[in-house]
Ligand binder design. Structure first.
Ligand code: PMP
Length: 281
């Protein structure tokens, strides 16, 4: 059963109980994580919680809870939902207080939802997806998983309206990441991905792909690449927690490689599935 949680209380998901002067609601003053759960077990939970704390520090949020406490909370919510394959959305905001830009002296708000995973369409998994190139109009601290997602929402909607799955963002000529994914290209048997900086989110799936590359002896190079290099790549794929690895076979109407999910993309996807299978045991 899908469930919700806010500040110590489990509530039905359809209970729309957000106080009007919640800072997440009025300012987008908060951070979040999305954690994938396979067979009741959260995937790379520690890494997600470490990133949560890093995001919190990035916006000067006073988080008193330890990683251990968050881990218990997430596991408790998963158990309460009774869902085996699901996603946990965990959000922290600067709390509830009369609207004022300055930080209030109130407790942070912690909320969660646990819902079944909406699986990636089988046809996309098998045939790949299309993407567009879109200007990266976001702020200078994209390493923070902030609630302020308006530029991501607008770019993604533009992609959707053009019949595409994702918008690949560029600053100048260089690819940063997707609206909710990290971007990889494969050229002559080597995998390239944008290096970590303030311009991109340090994706947890990106981390898992790096590990997969090591295990299957494929070289992975963290090096910036341009949209032109992306068009010329043999393969392109994107990664995130909910969709794992998605082959991108067409960008701005141009076919990538031979127009099918590539050998390296599939190899890395299968390796990731092995990590998941190990987790399930
Ligand atoms: N970049 C952005 C902007 C994202 O929103 C996401 C999804 N959280 C990612 C990258 C991929 O991160 P992860 O693999 O941790 O889901």
């Amino acid at each position: 059963m899908s469930i919700g949680y806010i500040n110590g209380k489990y509530i039905p998901l359809n209970e729309r109980a957000i106080p009007l002067e919640e800072r997440g609601y009025q300012f987008g003053d908060g951070i979040y994580e999305v954690i994938r759960v396979y067979n009741g077990k959260p995937f790379m939970l520690n890494e997600h919680l470490e990133r949560l704390i890093k995001s919190g520090n990035g916006i000067k949020l006073k988080i008193q809870q330890s990683i251990e406490e968050f881990r218990s909370l997430v596991n408790e919510a998963i158990a309460k939902s009774g869902l085996a394959d699901c996603c946990v959305y965990l959000q922290i905001t600067r709390g509830i207080s009369a609207r004022n830009h300055l930080f209030p002296d109130v407790p942070i708000s912690i909320s969660m939802t646990v819902k079944p995973v909406v699986p990636l369409q089988k046809s996309i998994r098998e045939k790949g997806a299309a993407a567009i190139i879109h200007e990266d109009e976001r702020w200078a601290n994209c390493y923070i998983k902030s609630l302020n997602l308006l530029p991501n929402v607008l770019a993604r909607q533009t992609a959707f309206e053009k019949g595409c799955f994702e918008a690949i963002l560029v600053r100048g000529a260089m690819v940063t990441e997707g609206t909710s994914s990290n971007v990889f290209i494969v050229k002559q048997g080597k995998v390239y991905t944008t290096p970590l900086s303030r311009n991109i989110l340090a994706g947890i799936t990106r981390m898992a792909v790096k590990k997969s590359c090591k295990e299957v002896s494929v070289e992975i190079i963290e090096q910036a690449f341009s949209k032109e290099e992306l068009f010329q790549a043999d393969e392109v794929f994107i990664t995130n927690t909910t969709s794992e690895i998605v082959p991108i076979v067409k960008v701005d109407g141009q076919i990538i490689g031979n127009g099918l999910p590539g050998e390296y993309t599939l190899k890395l996807y299968h390796k990731l599935q092995q990590f998941v299978a190990d987790l399930k045991e």
